[in-house]
Design a protein around this ligand. Structure first.
Ligand SMILES: [Zn+2]
Length: 453
């Protein structure tokens, strides 16, 4: 009903309605103890490693005892010290889904509900307390604040909100503006070659100070801008904060190049994982104040490159203790410190979703970074998507322009062969458009054979 009314309003009133809606959402996020937390994290930016670990130890003890007391699922958990966390069981995603009623500590009506995991089709509802939500937003805003960002700064937002009407499409207007908060929401559902011109030109006109959202969408706009000779005005965007998707080198190269600014990565998840933030020096820091990060091998032994198992202090509504979140990371040398002054430990790389890969029976898993590197030495490929429905076959959809030649196709194919070997069948198909997912995200890899591996 709300949606129906929204869709028939004129553009100006739609903008106003978004402002009003945001006002309500903002009250939830930026009310209560938000300011208290924001001040705290700002003051804590220069804590020593020892101080950070002390905060982490104390919060772990409180969080574990809270979960044991309030959650049926954890009631038999032993109250161990942080050093002995490996004595507690690991919680798998499927187990969380099945036991969710026992895990949660609050009722839905008192909670902020977050739906997760659209990729496998089975979604999961996670409940947050308002206090935890305020703390999470304070942590995020402190991270963005290191680049000068604060609420009310002119921002271009690229998220999974479907805000456009058919009239907008006729008018080639792919955005809505919240005038009160100075946020322009660009649609991530209309990233088509024939529409991208309007995105680029509007961004040049709008001149946002910050950009936030799906990097795959921002990448398409940047690539279009570069390929069509647009110049984005220098010193306009102060920072770009990607969300929700893994970043590849290729993305960084094009996005930072076109918008002439830095992209500062973050790791979080809708289940409420603790944060990993990129600093001005380009290093990724684990935020120890937000939780515990364990990197484990297939036998659940500590290692430097492997699956990420998290314990998150801001999940009191749906406590996550030793939760196998389905991502993998590579830790940096623990002795290395960063010039930026933040003493949180460093991460070498966030490898992203463990299930974002192509599997070759001959060569094994090819991760997202390696998949996107198949573009090396090619031109004219605007976008591609690799889909694996069978063990021995991959389908690659390509959106190309006139500079894509049979010679380029050969290079692209040999890049693929270098990764998957000689035996797999590779079907390439040139298409007009590759649709985004229901969430508004664009996926380079769609692996539909996980159940076979
Ligand atoms: Zn740093």
């Amino acid at each position: 009903m709300k949606d129906k009314i929204y869709k028939i309003l004129p553009d100006f009133l739609q903008g106003l309605l978004i402002s009003l809606f945001n006002k309500l959402a903002y009250k939830e996020r930026y009310g209560g103890k938000y300011q208290y937390y924001l001040n705290k994290f700002k003051a804590n930016r220069t804590l020593s490693r020892e101080e950070l670990v002390a905060v982490q130890k104390k919060r772990f003890a409180e969080f574990l005892s809270f979960s044991k007391e309030k959650s049926d699922f954890y009631k038999n958990y032993e109250l161990v010290e942080l050093e002995d966390i490996s004595q507690l069981p690991i919680l798998k995603k499927e187990q969380l889904r099945q036991s969710i009623k026992d895990v949660v500590t609050i009722s839905k009506k008192d909670a902020i509900v977050s739906k997760t995991g659209g990729t496998t089709g089975k979604s999961l509802e996670v409940l947050y307390t308002a206090d935890n939500m305020q703390e999470r937003f304070a942590m995020l805003d402190d991270f963005r604040g290191r680049s000068g960002y604060q609420l009310g700064k002119k921002t271009a937002w690229f998220s999974g909100k479907d805000l456009l009407t058919s009239k907008d499409l006729t008018k080639k207007r792919f955005w809505k503006t919240d005038i009160l908060n100075k946020v322009r929401y660009y649609s991530t559902f209309h990233i088509k070659e024939s529409y991208l011109k309007y995105y680029v030109e509007d961004l040049i006109k709008y001149q946002p100070e910050y950009m936030v959202g799906f990097p795959s969408t921002i990448l398409e706009i940047a690539k279009y801008g570069i390929n069509h000779g647009y110049t984005f005005p220098a010193k306009t965007v102060k920072a770009i904060f990607p969300t929700a998707e893994s970043i590849t080198e290729e993305m960084r190269l094009h996005i930072e190049g076109f918008f002439k600014t830095k992209m500062l990565n973050q790791y979080a998840s809708s289940e409420g994982a603790p944060f990993i933030f990129e600093c001005q020096e380009g290093s990724l820091h684990l935020e120890l104040q937000s939780g515990i990060f364990e990197v484990l091998d297939d036998n659940n032994q500590p290692t430097t490159e492997g699956k990420l198992v998290i314990t998150s202090f801001t999940t009191e509504g749906t406590p996550l203790i030793r939760y196998d979140i389905g991502d993998s990371i590579i830790l940096d040398d623990p002795a290395r410190s960063c010039q930026c002054g933040n003493n949180n430990p460093l991460v070498k790389e966030i490898l992203g979703r463990i299930d974002d890969y192509i599997y070759s029976p001959e060569t094994g898993k090819i991760n997202l970074g390696n998949v996107s590197n198949t573009l090396k030495d090619t031109k004219g490929i605007l976008r591609f998507q690799a889909i694996q429905d069978e063990l021995n076959t991959i389908s690659i959809l390509l959106v190309v322009d006139h500079s894509f030649t049979p010679k380029v196709e050969e290079v692209f194919m040999s890049n693929w062969r270098a990764r998957v070997g000689q035996q797999m069948t590779i079907n390439m198909q040139i298409v007009q458009d590759i649709p985004v997912e229901k969430s508004g995200k664009y996926r380079i890899v769609k692996n539909n054979i996980k159940h076979l591996l």
